[in-house]
Design a protein around this ligand. Sequence first.
Ligand code: PMP
Length: 294
Amino acid sequence: VPFDQLEGFIWLNGEFVKWADAKIHVLTHGLHYASAVFEGERAYDGEIFKLNEHTERLHESARILGFRIPWSVEEINEACTALLAKQGFVDAYVRPIAWRGSEMMGVSAQNNRINLAIAIWQWPSYFDPEQRLKGIRLDIAEYCRPDPRTAPSKSKAAGLYMICTLSKHAAEAKGYADAMMLDWRGQVAEATGANIFFVKDGVIHTPTPDCFLDGITRRTVIDLARRRGIEVVERAIMPDELTGFEQCFLCGTAAEVTPVSEIGPYRFEVGEITRLLMNDYANEVRPGLRAAAQ
Ligand code: PMP
């Protein structure tokens, strides 16, 4: 079934509309000029994990792009929760998106309406589940995460994903699952839709998120590691250092914690700290298991 023909409902500008009827005009500013921001969330056992943080980030992403979403954080939280119940899913992926509409056409779109849609579907595993257990293989992308003076890199803006899709497609064409992207300085940044971590001598190293998304999962994983007494160092990491790291993993809402076995010429083992954090994260996201762990 094509994705735009699924069953169920989409929340569109305050109303539940049938999935296949949630359409926009071809002269939408968000389509032509990428004036769109979105979120990716996951529900576990009927509860959206860190919903409020995601909704606040959505508002902040829009603010960075110079527009205000005409629904409050509380209203959006309620809409997400109501849609999850209406869709009848227990575990699901949640995608809110806000964009400038089709009232004016041109680079300037001061008076365009700000639209908001929320879709919820089932997306059990971002990477192939079998590959995921062995560790996925990453290419090194040719495109680099831009200087914050070149693009609004702190916003989860649709436009920033152009280089992600290009990089992911190039990696997939070579048989890799994804690509690791460097930033404009040549430092290790992140994957095309997830943050990256390395392990060496029992210490976790991860790039400082100064020109890419400081993922909500990233912050959760850092917190989980520190609760275990594992040291986490946020710093600039150069690609030639990859030879010295023993373990590597990605994390993100969709990717959860995913071990990495290869990045270009570099090899990693699926080690103890990676397994521990995969497990801790899997417990943290489920309300019942989270309560039991505390
Ligand atoms: N980086 C990029 C480019 C992403 O698309 C995502 C997924 N939203 C992340 C990092 C991880 O962010 P989060 O943990 O908040 O999902």
